[in-house]
Design a protein around this ligand. Structure first.
Ligand code: ADP
Ligand code: MG
Length: 246
């Protein structure tokens, strides 16, 4: 289908002899937001990393815009330019200013003109309310500010899809909302296609078009967001939601 950006079919992923993902199939359409929920160790990060070309996989197919990805190529660079990713630990370069952190990949990897990218970087910083930090170094920023910069840095590559892996998990509570608001706005205003791993259930309920609920490397439920949060199908998902005070 033309509007499918990612299509995963019967994906199996092993770490050595041990199988971390079992027969994962789902698709992600343009503008859609999928949230990956599930207990710790259920394979959420493994799935996200595999989609981003950071992990090789054994069998099954991952297609990006209709093209199957070669599972033997690790760190597939072309793919990673089109799929932006933000992790739990903001991995900004400590020796570079905020601006240079943002400019690095678009100028070095994508070879775009510095002035053009800089103009865009300043607009993005404005949008995340950090224009005044353009010359700061990461150590001068709070965790929430660093995470907002990490989001801007990923957006500056013009990704087709954004992957977020527990981006607020290590933040102080008062920083969480500012980061989540930016992600929500990316969906509402830009219709950004996203896969989000989060433990913030109220946020997930607001943003998810579709929920994948994982346990032990398997998809237990694949349900429209509204339906999942109102009536999870499996007992396991019901337990999970109540353990999250939802
Ligand atoms: P989640 O993000 O849902 O907490 P992960 O994807 O991090 O889960 O982990 C899923 C399972 O894979 C866990 O049992 C974890 O210990 C294992 N695992 C994750 N990364 C590796 C790795 N690099 N090598 C071996 N096992 C791993
Ligand atoms: Mg994880």
């Amino acid at each position: 289908m033309a509007d499918e950006i990612l299509k995963v079919e019967h994906l199996n992923k092993f770490y050595g002899d041990w199988q971390a993902l079992h027969d994962i199939s789902f698709d992600l359409k343009k503008g859609e937001v999928v949230t990956l929920l599930g207990p710790s160790g259920s394979g959420k990060s493994t799935l996200i990393r595999t989609l981003n070309g950071l992990e090789p996989f054994k069998d099954g197919t991952i297609s990006f815009k209709g093209q199957a990805i070669d599972p033997t190529i690790k760190n597939w660079q072309a793919l990673r330019q089109e799929i932006g990713m933000v992790f739990q630990s903001y991995d900004l370069f400590p020796n570079l200013t905020v601006l240079d952190n943002i400019l690095l990949a678009p100028t070095k990897v994508q070879k775009r003109p510095r002035e053009e990218v800089k103009k865009e970087a300043l607009e993005l910083l404005e949008r995340v309310h950090l224009a005044d930090q353009v010359d700061s170094y990461p150590r001068q920023l709070s965790g929430g500010q660093k995470q907002r910069i990490a989001i801007v840095r990923a957006l500056a590559m013009h990704p087709e899809v954004m992957l977020f892996d527990e981006v607020t998990a290590s933040l102080d509570p008062e920083m969480v909302r500012g980061v989540l608001e930016i992600i929500k706005e990316l969906s509402d205003r830009d219709h950004m296609t996203m896969i989000i791993v989060t433990h913030e259930m109220n946020f997930a309920a607001k943003i998810a078009d579709k929920v994948l609920f994982l346990e032990d490397g398997r998809i237990l439920e694949q349900t429209p967001g509204k339906q999942f949060f109102a009536h999870p199908q499996t007992e396991r998902a019901q337990e999970f939601l109540s353990s999250m005070d939802f």
